[in-house]
Structure formats: structure tokens, C-alpha cells
Design a protein around this ligand. Structure first.
Ligand SMILES: *[C@@H]1O[C@H](CO)[C@@H](O)[C@H](O)[C@H]1NC(C)=O
Ligand SMILES: *[C@@H]1O[C@H](CO)[C@@H](O)[C@H](O)[C@H]1NC(C)=O
Ligand SMILES: *[C@@H]1O[C@H](CO)[C@@H](O)[C@H](O)[C@H]1NC(C)=O
Ligand SMILES: *[C@@H]1O[C@H](CO)[C@@H](O)[C@H](O)[C@H]1NC(C)=O
Ligand SMILES: *[C@@H]1O[C@H](CO)[C@@H](O)[C@H](O)[C@H]1NC(C)=O
Ligand SMILES: *[C@@H]1O[C@H](CO)[C@@H](O)[C@H](O)[C@H]1NC(C)=O
Ligand SMILES: *[C@@H]1O[C@H](CO)[C@@H](O)[C@H](O)[C@H]1NC(C)=O
Ligand SMILES: *[C@@H]1O[C@H](CO)[C@@H](O)[C@H](O)[C@H]1NC(C)=O
Ligand SMILES: *[C@@H]1O[C@H](CO)[C@@H](O)[C@H](O)[C@H]1NC(C)=O
Ligand SMILES: *[C@@H]1O[C@H](CO)[C@@H](O)[C@H](O)[C@H]1NC(C)=O
Ligand SMILES: *[C@@H]1O[C@H](CO)[C@@H](O)[C@H](O)[C@H]1NC(C)=O
Ligand SMILES: *[C@@H]1O[C@H](CO)[C@@H](O)[C@H](O)[C@H]1NC(C)=O
Length: 758
């Protein structure tokens, strides 16, 4: 044993003193591969347990690249360590552990080497174990350069969707050389790294067409060991994107988007995926809604929310409500996205009645009348009603047909004029249209009244719709030409009709209202005798200015007077018209304005007993009956010149002598009169105040007082005086009809005593 020990001792000494010992991997022993990070530590293991229990370890030596760095002498338990290798005291050996270990900390770049341990046993052969230690040197953090060579940190410059991003990721150093890869989010997009032009730098140039989906955070990863996670640098891509999805939804309770007209609802629009934050605009039927709503940005959803309060009315039914999200930084055309909803605004019916294909509310009788009921309602009206003068029309009544929205009257009659209305009902309510007034026009027709004369005006009573605007008049009288007149109203003043007039006029009128002219004209025989003035009542005869005068109080409405003088024929059997003349009122002769009251005054010349003077009041419609006056005896004698006057007239030879006598007589008479009435200067008229009216005249004519002569004075107002002086025959001069038992009233005043103030 001792000898053996001594032999080993010499060998161990030899080993210890020789600083190097070649180790051929594989041939001298197995080689383990081990990796460790620079500045990290690595534990080299060496199996030093003997194969058999009898055996024992003698010596253990660690070599680095054939050079010894550590030894352990198991016989004496002494350790040795290369000073240079353990300069910083970084080597720790544990010979009591199994396997024994040699731990190197604070690993340096040059610690990468092929290490091996050699173990000498007492009995067993030497054992060699190799460890190929790789010291990993990490590269620098990755960094980014854009295509222009500028460094990019944290965020790229802005890009538009579809642009190609060009970026280079660079890494300095690293052993082994690192792999450089690009990731978009967690997806590997480029692993094509390469050596850079710059020494000790590796790079990976990325060409990435940008889309919404790969616009995640970009990262560049560099790795040369599995011992630590890859080194990573992130970069945000600033990508301008339009909203990719816009939604519009009702916030407040609306059943399936149905809105009752007038209700307020809130609509929400959410626009997702726009960068930067978009502007939300609302449109109702392409018209921008000015009241812009609250717009909020939700970072987590990357969404903009906008709400708007809306109070739609029926005109908004079926309108399109659009929410548009517009990216302010993007070029037009690819900057916006919108979404729409249709409004279903429910409302009660809105009803109008109109004429079918006609705007006027007039229809001509017997034409067809079609009325339309225009209904607007949502939901559509379920029922329709028609009204005539506010009473509901049942189909089939009065020849009325109701078909869908129309009301048809095939042959409209004038009694169908009135207010028509319709009403419609849906589940919101019922509405009645404001009625339309339908006028049924018809041609004019004569009414029962026909033509009437009121005062001096004819009225043509016709009925027609519209009221006639043209009236054709035809005036016929016996012996006169027919007159045709046209008026714009239903009246015709007699002033428009040319005279003269006979007692009765045959008047007809015919109206036209534009619809048609009158079918049958109105006809009437109209008497106008009553339009003549009254017979003068207040007249007298006077002898004045050496002649007889008839004087009357004026008669109302008389425009002139007709004076007539009837003389008793020589045979004393009849009265013959001597003269007849008109006396215009306004004529200075007839009007003596100084007198009070004024009188109609007509000179008659001289009258004899039995003569009669008549005065009739006249106007354009004719003359009244003449009032006849007969001079009384007193008046005649007052007017009669003295008997010798006849004489002087006949004997001119003695006229001068007689003239003297006359002068004397006149002088004495004047003297006598002056003596009688001193105050008077004017000649005194001798007034006879007998007034005969028709009845009196007739009465007188039947009494002996006036020779029983009939008078034709009643005819004096008619046109057929016998102007030629022929005495009217007795047959012509009829007596007024007097009933047999007629007795003149006892107080008939035949004379009217007047004290003349003239
Ligand atoms: C150690 O020695 C062997 C044999 O001589 C040789 O093959 C090997 O290259 C050497 N190793 C080193 C690191 O010099
Ligand atoms: C290396 O040096 C340190 C400090 O000097 C010492 O504690 C340690 O034991 C040495 N290592 C070995 C294997 O000797
Ligand atoms: C050496 O290893 C043994 C077993 O693993 C352990 O118990 C002991 O504490 C170690 N000694 C040192 C100094 O680390
Ligand atoms: C040690 O490992 C490295 C890397 O794995 C290798 O290149 C080298 O050839 C190895 N050395 C030996 C001696 O096996
Ligand atoms: C990049 O981001 C980091 C961390 O958020 C921050 O500290 C730094 O200031 C940013 N750099 C730039 C240029 O914004
Ligand atoms: C819109 O986008 C949101 C979030 O991106 C999504 O939840 C929703 O389903 C999308 N709607 C439509 C219609 O695409
Ligand atoms: C808008 O915002 C105001 C205040 O935040 C709020 O009182 C109002 O109700 C909002 N309007 C809508 C329609 O949401
Ligand atoms: C954003 O939307 C989410 C999901 O709807 C919600 O939980 C969150 O409260 C919203 N944030 C804001 C600030 O409104
Ligand atoms: C609503 O609008 C649509 C499309 O514009 C149209 O087809 C439809 O007839 C409309 N409905 C009503 C009730 O107006
Ligand atoms: C609108 O709402 C009414 C009532 O619910 C319904 O009858 C009608 O069909 C709706 N119209 C549309 C176009 O949806
Ligand atoms: C319709 O006639 C009535 C009475 O006949 C009248 O009060 C109303 O004003 C008329 N309406 C129209 C539009 O002419
Ligand atoms: C006179 O004429 C007027 C107008 O025509 C009439 O009203 C009046 O009754 C007439 N008088 C007489 C007495 O006829």
C-alpha cells in the first residue's frame, strides 16, 4: 500500500507541477455544453465519485483550454487556485458536494472556453470530463430608423391606411449574433435580419403595408439566447383611419323605432375605429341638424358616442336619420362613414277634402261631382267616413256612391249644394277634415214673383247660381216700337225706357249667369197708370189782366200741365175743344215765384158762359184726368165789357167820341174803385171759384143748370181730342157711369170760396 501510495504521489506531483494538460474532446472524455450570460455565473460539475467502494479519489484538477486553473489534493485535502483566474475571488469550489462543482461568477467574455476536469483515483483509471462553456454577450436594445435614417421612438409619423411603412430595427453587438424579428402585436411579420453596413450592428428592415388590422403596436425583438427573454422595443403606429363601423340606436323606449308624433326620443350613434377622434354630424333627410349633440370618447372601445334628442312630427315620417362620423384629418372621399335609421313616426290622420281634377268648389247641375278624401296617417287609416252638412253619409243614399277615398254623385242637383267633409280613423285617433262648400250652379229661371214694378223700377225676379249678371229686357206697347234693353242687374228703371207710354206695358226679362241663358223668359203685362200725377184738385178761375186765367196749386210729381179750353158750340148743344196746350213747370209764365204759394197759372183768353177750362197734371207717364172749371155768372159779368163797347167797336166813325166817353167812364170807374178800396193799386182779379171734379161734373151735366150738356172732359187726358172743332158726338161723350141710386152728397162743395191774396 505504501509503495502504491508513493507511486501516486509522484504522479500527482507531476500533474500538479505541469501547468497544461491536453484534452481531446470525445477522445479523452465526454463534453457537456453549457451556456451562461456575461456577468452571470456558471457551475461546472465534475463527477469524482469512485466506481467502487474500495477505491478513493486522490486528485482533482480543472483545466481551462488545457491550462490548470484549480486543483484539489484529496490525500491532504489541499486546494489550489490559479491566482489570475480567481483574481476577483469569483471562483467557488465545493468538493463535498456530489458531483463536485466549480462555480464561476461574474463571467466575462473571455471565460468562454473548453473546460475539463481530471480525476485521479487510487485504483480506477483517470477520469476526464469536458465542459464547453459559452458566455453569452447580450446585444444592445433594438432601436428604429426610418427610411431617411432618422431615429424613431415610441411612435411613428402619421400614416394613412394603405401606406407602406418602412422601418429598420437595429441592434448593436451581441454574442452569438442576435436574431432580429418584427412583430405586429403578437404576430411575427418579418424575421429577415441581416448584417448591417455598420460594424457590429445587425438590422431588420421592415416593409409593411398598413391596414386597420396590422396597425397594432409594432415591436422589434432581438435574441441570442434562450436564457433571457428577447430584448424588445415597441413602436406605436400612428395610422389615420376612418370609422369602420357606425351604429345608430334608440336609447329611450320606442317600440321597434316607432315614434309617436311630438314625442321626444334620444338616439345614440357610436362610431368605432376612427383615428383621430371623429366629428359626429347628424342629418335628417340629408339636412344637417344644427343642434349638435354631446360627443364622448371611450378610449377602451376606441369609440365616439353621440346622443341627440329628437322630436319628430308627421312630416318626418319615413325620414332618414343619419349619423356621420367624419375624420377631420383624412382626405375627402375616404374620411367618413355613416349609418342611418328610418323614422317611423306614427300620427293620427290628417284629412283634406278636394275636388277631383278641379280646384273650384263649383259644379254645374247634372255634371258629375267627385270628391276625394286625402288621408295621411301612420299607421294607415282603417276607416273613412263622409259627411254632408255634418251628417254622416251612408253609401247609396241620395244617389251618392262612396268608393275607396272618393265620393261620387253622378248627376248633381242643386239640392246637393252644401258642406262636404270626410273623416278618417287609425289607432292613434280620428280626424275630420274641414268641410268644403260645394255650390251647384244652375241656369236662371223665373220665380213665382216674376216681374214686378216697384215705384218706377222693374224688378226681374229670377233664381240662378251664380246670380245672373246680364238681363235682357223687352218692352212692348201697343202702337209703339218694341224696346230692347240690357242691364247688369235685375232692375230696370223706367227712366231708361224711352217714352211715351201707354197704360200698360208688356214687359219680359231674360237673365244670363254664364252657365246658360234663361230657358223661358219672364213675362208680365204691367200697368203704369198709377205713375201719372194726381188730378189737380186745388184750382180756380180768375179774371186778371183782362183775361181769364186758370190757377192751380202744383201737383206732386207733375212735370208739366195740360190746359184745355172747351167752348160751347154755337148750337149750344156740345162742347168743342178750342185749344189745348202744355204748360211746362219751370216756364216763367206758369211760375209766378213772387206769389206765395206759387201757382200754376195758365192764360185762357176770354170765356163765355158754358165754356169750360181744364187743367191736367202730366208727367212722362201721361196726364191725369183734367179738372174742369166753368166760369160763374159773377165772374162772367165781371169780365164782360160794357154793352156800348160793342157799339164803339162797330162804328169807327164815332170811336173818338166814344173814346172820350170811355175814358170818362174808366176814370170814373177807377175813381169809384179807388174810393171803394183805397189801398189797392193793382187791378183786382175777379175770381170765380168753381171747381168741378169728375163726379160733380157728371152731376152737373145731368142737372139743368148747364143745359144738360154732356161733357167730354173725362176724355181730356186721352189723346183723341177732336182738334178740328167737331163737336164730340153724344156717343163719344159718354156719361160716367153713375149708379141709379146715386145721390150727390149733400155737402158736395161745388164752389170753393177763396179770398185771393193776389
Ligand atoms: C489542448 O491539447 C490538445 C492536444 O494536444 C489540443 O488538441 C487542443 O487544441 C488543446 N487545446 C487548446 C485550447 O489549446
Ligand atoms: C478564490 O479566492 C477567494 C478570495 O480570495 C477564496 O475565498 C477562494 O477560496 C478562492 N477559490 C479557491 C478555489 O481557492
Ligand atoms: C458543498 O455542497 C454540500 C452538498 O451539496 C453542501 O452541503 C455544502 O454546504 C457545500 N459547501 C459550501 C461551502 O458551499
Ligand atoms: C465548444 O462550443 C463551441 C460552440 O458551441 C464550438 O464552436 C466549439 O468547437 C466547441 N469546442 C470544442 C472543443 O468542442
Ligand atoms: C417614449 O416612451 C417612454 C416611456 O413611455 C417615455 O419615457 C419617453 O419620454 C417617450 N419618448 C418620446 C420621445 O416620447
Ligand atoms: C362594430 O364594431 C364593434 C367594435 O369594434 C363591434 O363590437 C360591432 O360588432 C361592430 N358592428 C358591426 C355591425 O360591424
Ligand atoms: C349632454 O351633456 C349634458 C351635460 O353633460 C347632459 O346634461 C345632457 O343630458 C346631455 N344630452 C344628451 C342628449 O345626452
Ligand atoms: C367605455 O366602454 C366600456 C364598455 O362599454 C365601458 O365599460 C366603460 O365604462 C366606457 N368608458 C367610458 C369612459 O365611458
Ligand atoms: C319610405 O321610404 C322608402 C324609401 O325611400 C319608400 O320606398 C317608401 O315608399 C316610403 N314609405 C312611405 C310610407 O312613404
Ligand atoms: C310603423 O309603425 C306602425 C305602427 O306600429 C306599423 O303599423 C307600420 O308598419 C310601421 N311602418 C314601417 C315602415 O315600419
Ligand atoms: C262654407 O259655408 C259656411 C256656411 O255656409 C261658411 O260659414 C263657411 O265660411 C264656408 N266655408 C268656405 C271655405 O267657404
Ligand atoms: C212722386 O214720386 C215719388 C218718387 O217716384 C213717389 O215716391 C211718390 O209716391 C210720388 N207721389 C205721388 C203722389 O205719386
Amino acid at each position: 500500500m505504501d509503495r502504491r501510495m508513493r507511486v501516486f504521489g509522484a504522479l500527482i506531483f507531476l500533474i500538479i507541477v505541469s501547468p497544461t494538460l491536453a484534452f481531446v474532446a470525445g477522445a479523452d472524455g465526454p463534453v457537456l455544453f453549457q451556456e451562461a450570460l456575461e456577468n452571470g455565473e456558471s457551475t461546472l460539475s465534475c463527477d469524482s465519485s469512485p466506481d467502487t467502494a474500495e477505491d478513493e479519489i486522490m486528485l482533482l484538477v480543472w483545466y481551462k483550454d488545457n491550462e490548470s486553473i484549480y486543483s484539489y489534493d484529496a490525500r491532504v485535502g489541499t486546494e489550489w487556485c490559479n491566482i489570475g483566474f480567481n483574481a476577483s475571488g469569483r471562483v467557488i469550489a465545493n468538493m463535498s458536494s456530489n458531483p463536485t462543482t466549480l462555480t464561476i461568477t461574474a463571467l466575462r467574455d473571455d471565460d468562454q472556453a473548453l473546460y475539463h476536469c481530471r480525476v485521479e483515483f487510487l485504483l480506477s483509471p483517470t477520469r476526464n470530463t469536458g465542459v464547453n462553456l459559452t458566455v453569452i454577450v447580450l446585444p444592445s436594445e433594438p432601436f428604429f430608423l426610418d427610411e431617411l435614417g432618422n431615429t424613431v421612438t415610441n411612435k411613428t409619423r402619421p400614416y394613412y391606411e394603405g401606406d407602406t411603412l418602412v422601418l429598420t430595427c437595429l441592434v448593436i453587438g451581441g454574442r452569438p449574433p442576435p436574431k432580429i424579428t418584427w412583430y405586429s402585436g403578437d404576430i411575427l411579420v418579418d424575421a429577415s435580419y441581416s448584417v448591417s453596413d455598420i460594424p457590429n450592428v445587425r438590422q431588420n428592415e421592415l416593409y409593411l403595408p398598413l391596414t386597420r388590422d396590422n396597425a397594432d403596436t409594432l415591436s422589434c425583438r432581438a435574441t441570442n439566447t434562450h436564457l433571457v427573454k428577447p430584448l424588445k422595443a415597441n413602436l406605436l403606429i400612428e395610422l389615420y383611419l376612418p370609422a369602420n363601423n357606425v351604429t345608430v340606436e334608440w336609447i329611450q323606449e320606442t317600440t321597434n323605432g316607432n315614434i309617436r308624433s311630438g314625442d321626444t326620443v334620444i338616439v345614440q350613434c357610436i362610431a368605432y375605429g376612427s383615428y383621430p377622434i371623429p366629428d359626429i354630424t347628424w342629418f335628417l333627410n340629408h339636412k344637417s341638424l344644427s343642434h349638435h349633440s354631446n360627443q364622448t370618447w371611450n378610449e377602451t372601445l376606441q369609440a365616439v358616442t353621440s346622443r341627440i334628442a329628437l322630436t319628430p312630427t308627421r312630416v318626418d315620417n319615413n325620414a332618414t336619420l343619419t349619423c356621420e362620423a367624419k375624420n377631420p384629418v383624412m382626405p375627402a372621399g375616404r374620411n367618413s362613414k355613416s349609418a342611418s335609421v328610418s323614422l317611423n313616426v306614427t300620427f293620427g290622420p290628417v284629412v283634406h277634402v278636394t275636388r277631383f281634377e278641379d280646384e273650384k268648389n263649383e259644379v254645374i247641375e247634372l255634371d258629375t261631382l267627385i270628391l276625394k278624401c286625402k288621408v295621411e296617417a301612420n299607421p294607415p287609416a282603417s276607416k273613412l267616413f263622409w259627411y254632408y252638412n255634418d251628417i254622416e253619409i251612408k253609401d247609396g243614399i241620395r244617389g251618392i256612391r262612396v268608393s275607396s277615398n272618393a265620393l261620387v254623385i253622378d248627376e248633381v242637383s242643386r239640392s246637393d249644394s252644401g258642406r262636404y267633409s270626410c273623416a278618417a280613423r287609425n289607432n292613434i285617433g280620428e280626424t275630420k277634415a274641414s268641410p268644403i262648400n260645394i255650390s251647384v250652379l244652375y241656369p236662371p229661371a223665373c220665380t213665382k214673383l216674376g216681374i214686378v214694378l216697384k215705384k218706377e223700377t222693374f224688378i226681374c225676379n229670377v233664381k240662378g247660381l251664380p246670380t245672373p249678371d246680364t238681363y235682357f229686357w223687352h218692352i212692348n206697347q201697343v202702337d209703339y216700337d218694341a224696346q230692347h234693353l240690357t242691364t247688369g242687374s235685375n232692375t230696370l228703371s223706367l227712366e231708361q225706357v224711352a217714352g211715351p207710354f201707354s197704360e200698360s206695358l208688356n214687359v219680359s226679362c231674360e237673365a244670363d249667369n254664364g252657365i246658360a241663358s234663361q230657358d223661358k223668359s219672364c213675362n208680365r203685362v204691367i200697368r203704369i197708370g198709377h205713375l201719372k200725377p194726381q188730378q189737380p184738385q186745388q184750382c180756380d178761375l180768375a179774371f186778371e189782366y183782362k183775361e181769364f186765367q186758370i190757377r192751380c196749386l202744383p201737383v206732386e210729381n207733375a212735370t208739366y200741365y195740360e190746359l184745355s179750353l172747351w167752348r160751347l158750340s154755337t148750337t149750344n148743344t156740345s162742347l168743342v175743344l178750342d185749344q189745348k196746350r202744355s204748360l211746362e213747370v219751370g216756364n216763367s209764365l206758369a211760375l209766378m215765384q213772387n206769389e206765395e204759394p206759387w201757382l200754376v197759372r195758365g192764360e185762357l183768353g176770354l170765356l163765355k158762359a158754358g165754356d169750360e177750362a181744364g187743367a191736367a197734371a202730366c208727367n212722362r207717364y201721361g196726364c191725369s184726368a183734367a179738372l174742369l172749371l166753368r166760369p160763374t155768372e159773377g165772374l162772367l159779368s165781371a169780365a164782360m165789357p160794357p154793352w156800348w163797347k160793342f157799339f164803339t167797336e162797330r162804328d169807327i166813325g164815332i170811336s173818338i167820341g166814344v173814346l172820350l166817353l170811355v175814358v170818362m167812364f174808366v176814370c170814373s170807374t177807377v175813381l169809384a174803385v179807388r174810393l171803394a178800396k183805397r189801398s189797392r193799386t193793382k187791378p183786382v182779379p175777379v175770381i170765380q171759384v168753381l171747381q168741378l171734379d169728375d163726379v160733380t161734373r157728371d152731376y152737373l151735366s145731368r142737372t139743368s143748370d148747364i143745359h144738360g150738356l154732356p161733357s167730354c172732359s173725362l176724355r181730356s187726358n186721352s189723346s183723341d181730342y177732336s182738334e178740328d172743332g167737331d163737336s164730340p158726338s153724344l156717343a163719344d161723350c159718354r156719361y160716367p157711369h153713375i149708379p141709379q141710386d146715386w145721390i150727390p152728397p149733400p155737402d158736395v162743395t161745388l164752389t170753393l170760396q177763396r179770398e185771393s191774396s193776389v
